[in-house]
Design a protein around this ligand. Structure first.
Ligand SMILES: Cc1ncc(COP(=O)(O)O)c(C=O)c1O
Length: 383
């Protein structure tokens, strides 16, 4: 593994000069390149305004960036659409599918709420939402599969559960889904930019991603993936002007949605955010998908080792290596009364998730010294 690449990457995130930033699961850091690209775009708009040719150039920029998104998840650019946030993206699938009355979808009690809520909102269509129960921050494959019956039409999962850091075995789940004619929908917000997702190898039909965490970007821009096959089976609920085949001819009304996934885009995009996302994707791809994942899982392994050697600290799980991610929850004695503010005053950014747990996230811009800093603090903290 080329550690130097990651050391070099670290230099692009000024926040790291100030803090041991271990909170990407809340919000990722913005790189120098993303910042310059976004502020450059804003500066131009501020100084020059924007006319129709400039505006149309934005769409060219968006279309060009689709191939980078495709490369990140191994999809075709025609299977990618942009939207404001992960929750909105998930609704393209949940509102668009047409399962039979009494069909069920399976998710987990660890999920970020948007996943169960988008399905619960479809109860009127006769869709039952089944929620697999976790134990010790995990939902093993067997638990998920035990809820499946002949009426199951989809599994809808967060690739990495933000409430515990548990990472599902999507390859295994996807194979099962494909063999049983069940859709697999995935929220990969806590994953893309860090851990590899290959929609083809994992048989994923639908994917939703917000870019402000592991893709190190601003809020208000994300992307969805819809497989070509699934696209044929979705009844599109919303449409706007940019989903039309010819986005720019407004001289006549002719409703003719594009054949590609951009049909789900409705209006103008968060162009600033798109500039940030493009830089972040380029950065991620140049580090290498596999190498980035290995680097991050290496840091998580290091963190597990620190827990073993620490006094009074435990780890939620602990998880098998294949179920680990960039997120680890560690436990401390509740009488310490920690909170995010105390950590921050001590130069550490991580999220105190409950009265005795800290959510620690490690990204490619972190290194072992960030993790050491957290454990040195915990070692001396008296509460
Ligand atoms: C798994 C997951 N999905 C999505 C989100 C955010 O969703 P949205 O982009 O809709 O705000 C979060 C935020 O914590 C998350 O953890």
């Amino acid at each position: 593994m080329s550690i130097t690449k990651f050391t070099e990457a670290r230099g692009k995130y000024p926040v790291l000069e100030k803090y041991a930033y271990l909170d990407t699961a809340t919000t990722g850091l913005i790189s120098e390149e993303s910042f310059n690209s976004m502020s450059g775009f804003l500066e131009k708009r501020y100084r020059e305004g924007m006319d129709i040719p400039d505006y149309q150039a934005n769409w060219k920029f968006a279309d060009d960036a689709r191939s980078l998104v495709g490369e990140a998840i191994n999809a075709g650019e025609d299977e990618i659409f942009y939207a404001d946030n992960c929750s909105a993206i998930l609704n393209v699938f949940s509102t668009g599918v047409k399962p039979e009355e009494g069909a069920n979808v399976i998710t987990t009690d660890l999920s970020f709420p948007s996943t169960p809520y988008t399905w619960m909102n479809q109860a009127g269509k006769g869709i039952e939402t089944r929620i697999a129960k976790s134990a010790g921050g995990q939902v093993p494959w067997e638990t998920l599969i035990s809820l499946v019956d002949e009426k199951t039409f989809a599994l809808s999962l967060c690739a990495v559960e933000n409430t515990s850091g548990f990472r599902h075995d999507l390859k295994r789940i996807g194979t099962f889904c494909r063999e049983n004619n069940i859709y697999l929908a995935v929220d990969a917000t806590q994953c893309i930019g860090a851990l590899e997702i290959d929609v083809q190898a994992m048989n994923i039909d639908f994917l939703a991603v917000s870019s402000y965490k592991w893709l190190n970007n601003v809020f208000g821009i994300g992307f969805g993936y819809v497989s070509r096959e699934l696209m044929k089976g979705i009844d599109q609920q919303y449409a706007g002007w940019v989903g039309n085949k010819d986005r720019f001819d407004h001289s006549r009304i002719r409703f003719d949605l594009d054949e590609s996934a951009r049909r789900y885009e409705m209006g103008g995009l968060n162009w600033i955010g798109l500039h940030g996302m493009k830089e972040a994707l380029e950065n991620y791809l140049s580090l290498g998908k596999k190498e980035t994942e290995e680097y991050i899982l290496g840091l998580t392994r290091y963190l597990y080792k620190k827990v073993e050697d620490a006094r009074h600290i435990g780890v939620v799980g602990p998880f098998q290596e294949e179920n680990r991610s960039g997120i680890t929850y560690i436990q401390y004695p509740p009488e310490w009364r920690l909170n995010d503010g105390i950590l921050r005053e001590n130069g550490i950014r991580a999220h105190v998730a409950s009265g005795n747990q800290i959510r620690v996230s490690v990204h490619f811009y972190n290194n072992t010294s960030d993790v050491d800093r957290l454990f040195d603090f915990l070692d001396t903290y008296k509460g």
